[in-house]
Design a binder for this molecule. Sequence first.
Ligand code: NAP
Length: 296
Amino acid sequence: MDIGFIGLGSMGQAMAANLLKAGFKLRVWNRSAAKADELVALGATRVQHPADAADPAGIVITMVSDDAALRQVVHGEHGIGERLGRGAIHLSMSTIAPQTAQELAAAHAARGTDYVAAPVFGRPDAAAARMLFVLCAGPQSARQRVQPLLEAMGQRVFDLGDDPVAANVVKLSGNFMILGAIEAMAEAMTLGERYGVARDRTVEVLTQSIFPAPLFVNYGRQIAAHAYQPARFKLALGLKDMDLVLAAARKVAVPMPLTQLLQGRLLSALARDRGELDWTAAALGVSEDAGLKPLG
Ligand code: NAP
């Protein structure tokens, strides 16, 4: 049975390519059809509509940008919702609101289709290298059925139980923590810079002593050099995630003042036309607040 793959952006392209390399047969769909060219060259079949990617009792993967795009490919014209039936699985890998996962799971369940949430940590280079961390939640039998697919796309699959919401909440929490680290590093480097310490020297010392984690090393280098293009994770998508964190937190009355600060940082970057830059470009605002002109 062919697997359907919908959404061939920076992440989806690399993930679908790994499924092909692992021997799965794919039917692929992307809104801008040309993005399927490379995968077709690797053996995938291009289809005309999202629904054509789905097999009534098969597995269809979605990796589109946000909640609205996901609703569109599920419930829109020629969406997968009209095609999936009993025994099918929608494996949803985008970063979306827990509530959207809940709604989609209920809509699919009415047709006998299982919904599995499997958002990921790792940027497109990690996706290409099959190094993603996958957070998986959904009905147990469906989780077991998608396991070989997830293993073909990532280095480790974390099982978060039967409720898809859990995977989305943990994923959003992780992105909040990454952006918090970006802000903290940018502030530390800017402070050093104001006292004559080179940005890369600050990163070097801190990541070779008390913060050796890959996240600090990799993001730190990028922020030190103010290197925000090409975007590996677009700033506009990062803002989408902070909006989702705050909405989820509001729903259960959990104050997250730090997230509000980070949301404001990204919003201000968006107002300066930085939505298509990498989300580490949040650091530009930190420099500018300190009277520096990082872009000359
Ligand atoms: P991207 O490069 O911007 O790709 C977005 C994809 O969504 C494209 O295939 C795009 O189609 C499609 N899309 C957008 N709106 C659509 C609509 N209304 N209908 C149908 N398709 C639509 O984004 P990405 O970086 O691959 O991210 C994909 C998801 O993974 C997001 O939820 C993101 O938060 C998450 N994620 C990203 C990263 C990362 O580092 N990049 C890491 C982990 C998780 P077109 O090609 O036609 O525009």
